[in-house]
Design a protein around this ligand. Structure first.
Ligand code: HEM
Length: 422
């Protein structure tokens, strides 16, 4: 890792350092043990932000209401507006900025509640349980088709399993027609690209597409989530504006598939490289719920949260986050904090003792805790369970060190997962 710089006597870490990105678990552990909080920088930011790394501090930042997600909710001026910096650096046209800056994740207080309530009923444990047979059917169908994708006996599980499963599930739920789904993959890739200006074309395409779909669905309502949102909008315009409606669809579809795909990809790779854990799970599929919690902790795909802003001075340990200063909670570091987890680097699918309690913070914490966590966990359970049951000799087709990672900020994901089905 490159030597960190300093600003006003505080260490500054380059959050885009390739070494930190390639081994974030160990990289952040080293930083976390040096200091509970430090400053981090990355391209496009006009000045560094605080990064919080210890488990208890991460939970505090994510649950203490003195931290807000929208810089407009910090009283007074002088907020270091990261959002403006990033819009500028990524070349996103002004008129499209609200579609990625004003989602449920960027809202605080009543606004946040209003937006979250519009969709939360679709993601309760009961509703998610009702979806299980459909998730199982989609999974079995993808697995039926896997051998057909094999070249020299090798299949890329990201391409043909981990990715298509969650996009099919979330698109069916929201109401994105089947023939349009492949386009979302391209759009998603472009939107998260780090190339300056690369995000603007896909963002325009997604926004135009959703506006068009809203028109079509309004003319022919169905029972999907989109129809419900259109109804909420049409019956009471104060509850949901046009832009908010489009932004919600965009958020649900993007948040609902990229992340889950990489839980399935990272988790499968983790199991295949830990034969004792794989064997334990094969012997006792009842361990699946615990295993999914542990895989989320050990190799969860989301490394850091959206940036929070201190709405007043807040002490964290010996340091103080000043009013208006931005803070990012580093989930991957909290999940490896030895103050909370014994022997954190060890993968142990029996770790969570009651099998249901979620201790890790891979889905965040507090008011913005992942809306789709129950759905993502269920997809993980179904995917790992069916894959292991149907392919008793499943094995990596490359050496573990040759699994190539895709570099995206604050995301931990495999570019490909070549396996032999056995
Ligand atoms: C929020 C991770 C799957 C929808 C979050 C947050 C995290 C996260 C860390 C909190 C971000 C923050 O506080 O800044 C993940 C991971 C997933 C996953 C690791 C898969 C393994 C899903 C799915 C959906 C979804 C399937 C589908 C609906 C959302 C939404 C929010 C959110 C809408 C914002 C909630 C709010 O602001 O109140 N997710 N997520 N996520 N997630 Fe997920």
């Amino acid at each position: 890792m490159s030597t960190p710089g300093t600003t006003s006597g505080t260490t500054v870490v380059d959050l885009f350092d390739p070494q930190l990105a390639s081994d974030p678990f160990r990289g952040y552990s080293r930083l976390r043990e040096q200091a509970p909080m430090t400053r981090g920088s990355f391209p496009g930011l006009s000045s560094p932000i605080w990064i919080v790394m210890r488990y208890e501090d991460v939970r505090t930042v994510l649950s203490d209401r003195r931290f807000v997600n929208n810089p407009a909710n910090v009283p007074g001026a002088d907020v270091q507006n990261i959002r403006e910096d990033l819009i500028e650096a990524r070349g996103i046209p002004r008129e499209y900025a609200p579609y990625i800056l004003d989602s449920v994740l960027d809202a605080d207080g009543d606004d946040h509640l209003r937006l979250r309530r519009l969709v939360s009923r679709a993601f309760t444990a009961r509703r998610v349980a009702e979806l299980r047979p459909r998730v199982e059917a989609i999974t079995e169908d993808l697995l039926d088709r896997l051998p057909g994708h094999a070249e020299d006996g090798v299949v890329d599980l990201i391409e043909h399993f981990a990715y298509p499963l969650p996009i099919t599930v979330i698109c069916e739920l929201v109401g994105i027609p089947e023939e349009d789904r492949p386009r979302w993959r391209e759009w998603g890739r472009g939107l998260f690209s780090l190339e300056p200006g690369a995000a603007s074309k896909p963002l325009r395409a997604i926004v135009d597409y959703i506006h068009d779909l809203v028109g079509r669905r309004r003319a022919e309502p169905t029972g999907d989530l989109l129809t419900g949102l259109i109804r909420a909008h049409d019956e009471d315009g104060d509850r949901l504006s046009d832009t908010e409606l489009v932004t919600m669809v965009l958020t649900l579809v993007l948040a609902g598939h990229e992340t889950t795909a990489h839980l399935i990809g990272n988790g499968t790779a983790a199991l295949l490289t830990h034969p004792d854990q794989l064997a334990a799970l094969r012997d006792d599929p009842g361990l699946l719920p615990r295993a999914v919690h542990e895989l989320m902790r050990w190799c969860g795909p989301v490394q850091g949260t959206r940036i929070r802003y201190a709405s007043e001075d807040v002490p964290i340990g010996d340091l103080t986050v000043r009013r208006g200063e931005p803070v990012m909670a580093v989930l991957v570091s909290a999940n490896y904090d030895p103050r909370r987890f014994d022997d954190p680097e060890r993968l142990d699918v029996t770790r969570e003792s009651d099998g249901h309690k979620e201790v890790h913070v891979g889905f965040g914490h507090g008011l913005h805790y992942c809306l789709g966590a129950a759905l993502a966990r269920q997809e993980g359970e179904v995917a790992f369970g069916a894959l292991l049951r149907r392919h008793p000799r499943l094995a990596l087709a490359v050496a573990p060190e040759d699994l190539s990672r895709q570099f995206l900020p604050f995301s931990w994901r495999l570019a490909r997962l070549p396996v032999r089905l056995g």
